[in-house]
Design a protein around this ligand. Structure first.
Ligand code: F58
Length: 833
């Protein structure tokens, strides 16, 4: 058949499989030019960088297509149990390099583009990273789906396609100013929209009573309004696994009915307004980092994406006629913090109201389908939704929550007949200051498992935050220590070190990070250490170049790189590091410390503050002010410099972390659930200065005390001091260095003589200091002195750095995924063919 180009009629059997792209430079160039001409509608001579980037990205994605389609086909054949990772955030970072790596195309693409006179690196820079997350929690979700794809475990990531991601941070006179993150401005080549598969999500209205066909009295939701959820699919390619999983993010649109109705009434402007109203739901990521603000739109977002996802899974992913009693054999919904917890009453509503199940049956099934991960220890971070708001937006869900709570309290009263106080403490409904639903409690009651994200965190969850629940259901509680993907955060971000590691132990470490253990003997090999140092130095040159171009910041690659990158929060204690810097400066300028005795250091900060978090923003201004003063003070001879590039994000992390000598993990003990930056630094050969907090505890256990700078109060000591009544001013009075540092800030030395500018920051430390920065100041300074001594012996330092890498294998997110699979999900890998 000439017209079709191949013989015979087209049937399912005769449709040729989609062309497997040839792995050659020529084939790539051909495909690339075709995409440029037919996809972008330009020829090479007229193509902009963005045209070339888009054409190349689409070409690369074609190379992964066969794997994606066969993963989907095989999954629908096998119906193997899948993980549905429900997360309001996926902080993916740039996609291009990861896709090139997965498709094994780096060399071909580099060569192919070069033959056309194009530099791959220039196109790389054109990618705007999708910043669909705030920080650790969102990045963790991205690492986890990478690992599952690599390990051949069926998984769908479900989340929200925010039109605007985390804000772009700029500094104006040292102060943070936020700009909208219009990441889709130039188009995203990585997404596959499916408007034809949109699902409807209801809101508002009321609940009515009715009699079913058998005369049984039932209740059902009569919604007030609805929106459409349009799915956008993204590939999640595994490394060398042949598998490509799916990330499905939902975008909100107005339903037809919604605006047609208004339109028919003749009010065009109102119809357009309705459109905007609906689309607002997925408009912007809430830039909070720990305190949920309880905003109505946020609850709308949460319900929107979980309702879409459950409907999608039940109606689209499961085969037609699937017996939902077997749901727990097919799916586990992992709740990434409390943000998706409204999925619990939603599944109950679907089973009871829509499928007609009886309550107990539905509850038994629901409980087997969910598991909950908690990511915090701050009481103010636990989400609570006022009953008034929830009842207005989701009246039927509120009823369902009430019933879940009633039955739960009944169970408790049986178990603790004489302990009504305990029963009230455990109620899903809080009565004070307003009636509200405690989402963490709901998740704990509903979930088959509850896990913390590091050993200490899980212990504190059991002992403090959820102690009543842990006593009631000890077997429900477990730990899974976080991890990070070695593909992005070592192989791709640190090609120098990756190459050295592969040369030494082969490349198996990329999917089996425990093999890094094989590097241990090389810590004692002088030649290996020399090369290791050389790579660190090259990484410093690389970041120096980036900082200069990106931010106009000049740093000296010959200095110790001391790096603190994470969200700005008082509990993380950026001020503690700042006080150390100010103290050094004060001692130098007053002549108590000779410049010759100062280890030349570059203090790098990267941190966004939640836009409404006033104290965090003042701390940012203070860091910038101190930075300006130090950097301009020629008497320091460049020995102490601060580099605070604006808009720290995944892309910047990827070049900054590999250049670090010292990793700052200095939160108040008992406050940082885990941390994941700490793991990335370790794997890239930085030594940690840190408190006994979060995953630092496990890092130190693995690397050994002699390779870790531990300081500060531990959690029980903190608890004791707080119990006794903490007095920060006592430290000011008794510690002269601390007093001089604080006084210097108060004197206006960093604010052009103005004594008021930073008074609130200092006053807060002196009179409140919720996170005991002053109590840990001296211990921190002493630990930093040990850092100086250690760094002076470059051979010993490098030895420690190598051991950090060698002993960091535990922190692969592949290991985290194995733990989730063994302890929570029970979803075995599925071979790709
Ligand atoms: C972080 N939480 C923890 N929350 O602070 C960190 O210790 C941990 O390593 C990480 O999770 C991964 O487990 C975190 O990033 C958020 O960003 C939420 C965003 C939405 C509002 C509430 C905080």
């Amino acid at each position: 058949d000439i017209r079709r180009g191949y013989g015979g009629r087209v049937t399912a059997e005769t449709i040729p499989p989609i062309a497997v792209r040839e792995h050659t430079v020529d084939a790539f160039v051909r495909e690339f030019l075709r995409e440029l001409n037919f996809g972008q509608g330009v020829d090479l001579t007229r193509a902009s960088v963005n045209d070339k980037y888009l054409a190349m990205a689409r070409t690369v994605r074609h190379y992964l297509m066969t794997r994606w389609l066969s993963t989907l086909r095989r999954q629908s054949e096998l119906q193997a149990k899948s993980v549905a990772y429900l997360s309001a955030e996926f902080l993916l970072g740039r996609q291009l390099d990861n896709a090139l790596l997965a498709a094994d195309l780096e060399d071909i693409v580099t060569e192919g583009l070069a033959s056309l006179g194009i530099e791959l690196d220039e196109l790389r820079q054109a990618e705007v990273e999708p910043g669909l997350g705030n920080g650790g929690l969102g990045r963790l979700a991205a690492c986890f789906i990478d690992s599952l794809a690599t390990m051949n475990v069926p998984c769908i990531g479900y989340g929200i396609r925010y039109e605007y991601g985390i804000f772009q941070q700029t500094f104006v006179d040292g102060e943070q100013v936020e700009k909208p993150d219009d990441w889709l401005r130039l188009g995203s080549p990585w997404e596959f929209p499916h408007p034809e598969s949109a699902v409807t999500v209801d809101f508002g209205g009321s609940v009515e009573q009715y009699q079913d066909d058998d005369g049984v009295v039932k209740r059902r939701w009569v919604p007030g309004w609805s929106v459409l959820g349009v799915p956008y699919n993204y590939m999640v390619p595994g490394y060398e696994s042949g598998r490509v999983n799916t990330l499905r993010l939902w975008s909100a649109r107005a339903t037809r009915a919604f605006d047609l109705e208004i339109f028919n009434s003749g009010d065009y402007a109102e119809a357009v307004r309705a459109q905007t109203f609906a689309e607002n739901i997925s408009k912007v990521l809430y830039p909070e980092d720990s305190t949920p603000q309880g905003k109505e739109l946020r609850l709308q977002q949460q319900y929107f994406f979980v309702a879409c996802s459950i409907k999608d899974f039940v109606d689209q992913v499961l085969p037609q006629g699937f017996d939902l009693h077997k749901l727990p054999e097919r799916i586990v919904f992992q709740l990434n913090d409390t943000h998706p917890v409204i999925a619990v009453p939603e599944l109950m509503r679907v089973l009871v109201d829509e499928k007609g199940w009886d309550w107990d049956d539905a509850w038994a099934t629901t409980q087997q389908c969910f598991a909950y991960t908690c990511h915090t220890l701050l009481p103010e971070a636990l989400e609570v939704w006022p009953v008034e708001l929830l009842g207005r937006l989701l009246p039927r869900h509120l009823e369902i929550i009430y019933r879940i709570n009633e039955e739960f309290l009944e169970e408790l009263r049986e178990a603790y007949p004489d302990d009504e106080l305990r029963v009230r403490r455990m109620s899903i409904i809080a009565e004070y200051p307003v009636r509200a639903v405690r989402m963490a409690y709901l998740a704990t009651v509903a979930g088959s498992k509850v896990n913390g994200v590091a050993a200490l965190h899980s212990q504190l969850l059991r002992d403090k935050v959820l102690d009543d629940f842990a006593q009631h259901w000890p077997e429900k509680f477990t730990n899974v220590t976080n991890g990070v993907t070695p593909r992005r955060f070592l192989k791709l971000s640190n090609p120098g070190l990756s190459g050295l590691i592969t040369e030494a132990i082969g490349d198996g470490w990329v999917t089996d990070l425990d093999r890094l253990k094989g590097l241990e003997p090389l810590a004692d090999d002088a030649e290996f250490r020399r090369r290791f140092r050389e790579i660190k130095h090259a990484n410093k040159l690389r970041i120096a170049d980036v900082l200069e171009r990106r931010d106009g910041i000049v740093v000296d690659p010959e200095t110790l790189f001391d790096v603190m990158v994470k969200r700005l929060h008082e509990y993380k204690r950026q001020t503690l590091k700042l006080l150390h810097i100010v103290s050094l400066y004060e001692q130098i300028t007053t002549g108590r410390l000779a410049l010759a005795d100062v280890t030349p250091r570059t203090f790098a900060f990267g941190a966004k503050a939640a836009p409404g978090y006033v104290m965090a923003k003042q701390i940012i201004a203070l860091i910038n002010a101190v930075g300006r003063t130090l950097n301009e003070d020629t008497s320091l001879e460049g020995r102490l410099r601060i580099a605070f590039p604006a808009n720290y994000n995944v892309t910047l992390a990827e070049t900054l972390i590999p250049a670090a000598d010292l990793s700052e993990q200095i939160s108040l003990a008992g406050k940082e659930a885990s941390g994941t930056g700490n793991m990335k630094f370790m794997l890239n050969g930085a030594l940690t200065i840190g408190t006994d907090d979060g995953a630092n505890v496990e890092i130190r256990q693995l690397v050994g005390d002699e390779n870790f700078f531990l300081f500060g109060l531990d959690e029980p000591q903190v608890a004791e001091i707080v119990e006794r009544g903490y007095q920060p001013s006592a430290y000011y009075e008794t510690n002269a260095d601390l007093r001089r540092a604080l006084d210097l800030i108060l004197s206006g030395a960093f604010s052009g003589g103005d004594r008021h500018t930073f008074e609130p920051v200092v006053a807060n430390l002196l009179h409140e200091d919720r996170f005991l920065a002053l109590a840990d100041f001296q211990a921190y300074v002493d630990a930093q002195a040990k850092v100086d001594v250690a760094y002076a012996d470059q051979e010993a330092w490098t030895r420690s750095a190598v051991l950090n890498v060698a002993r960091g294998g535990f922190f692969s997110s592949d290991r985290s995924m194995r733990d989730y699979i063994d302890r929570i999900w029970h979803t075995p890998p599925v071979s790709p063919s």
